[in-house]
Design a binder for this molecule. Sequence first.
Ligand code: PGA
Length: 257
Amino acid sequence: MSRCKLIAGNWKMNQTASQAGTLIQALKAEFPACNSCCSQGPDVLVFPPFTSIAAVLQEAGTCLQVGAQNVHWASSGAYTGEISTAMLKELGVSYVLIGHSERRQYFGESDETVNRRLHAALKAGLKAVVCIGETEQERQLGLTNCVLEHQLRWGLNQVSATDMQQVVIAYEPVWAIGTGKTASNADAQAAHAFIRSLLGTLYGQSCAEAVRILYGGSMNAGNAAGLLAQPDIDGGLIGGASLKPADFASIIRAAKQ
Ligand code: PGA
């Protein structure tokens, strides 16, 4: 089955609203005809900080899709510092990022909170990119598949096969994020194939074949083509390189080939 590739930029805690507008203008200048179109692909998505979402939406037009870096499970209430699905939907956000390893590492995110956020997003009609990945130590101990299976099973707990049409999985080995160390094409492909086979067990073959699985972790203009050529790698979740218009555009072009 051919899956339309998805190139997503995770800006993390970078770019004020005015900087974000300038960054999108520069990105548009790099690829003027970037409208997502499956026959040519790829879909392009960015996750700005909450405060820059409106500026990005205004500048982007139909050029790319915009997501938020997190979402809370409650519809409203006493949750200082959190953001609701309704707040994001009213802005025009179409995706949310859930369970990024920095959220897990620094903010106590667990598979249970990932799952709660995911259910809230899906119920609100938002698409979700759910991140999973092993640490360096877990890889060295041979626990990679075990960790991926645990995070996937609990993160997707009680999510239906129909809802999986709105879910993208991002495989992000923690040791590769922001470090300049990238998983080899073969190691990344092996992890993606494992994730797809597990999705097959959980949801059946046709659902598993339709779910997009992104690679994240120091993907850049130099290594993108090799990673994106792997049969189970359907795109990238890109941090550092997504803040550099020429590099991000080059990754997008690599996904077209
Ligand atoms: P990186 O970040 O590309 O800077 O490694 C990826 C991510 O955190 O999603």
